[in-house]
Design a protein around this ligand. Structure first.
Ligand code: SF4
Ligand code: SF4
Length: 84
């Protein structure tokens, strides 16, 4: 089961809260790679922190089940959406 992203783009507009992506911030917290259609212009080559499935495989598979990790991320998505 893949991670469910509805492509709201809110996480890509919240880079002020993501130190790892400071170089992607166009100055107002929005990623320089976020397109007008809310999709990522470098999706296939996006940083690993932007890739939930890759982050799970690389860093969290020994800590959480895939379902648990995705659920935690989905909860975070809901929090981020409330910032807008
Ligand atoms: S906040 Fe969550 S649902 Fe919205 S684009 Fe980011 S990952 Fe997808
Ligand atoms: S690189 Fe792509 S996925 Fe990552 S914050 Fe920027 S637009 Fe979003």
């Amino acid at each position: 089961m893949p991670f469910k992203c509805d492509c709201c783009g809110c996480c890509c507009r919240s880079l002020k809260k993501v130190p790892a992506l400071v170089d992607f911030d166009r100055g107002d917290g929005v990623c320089v790679h976020l397109q007008d259609d809310n999709l990522c212009a470098i999706y296939d080559h996006r940083p690993e922190i932007c890739n939930v499935e890759l982050m799970y495989e690389r860093f969290f598979s020994s800590v959480y089940t895939r379902e648990e990790f995705f659920r935690l991320n989905e909860k975070q998505c809901e929090k981020i959406k409330n910032w807008f």
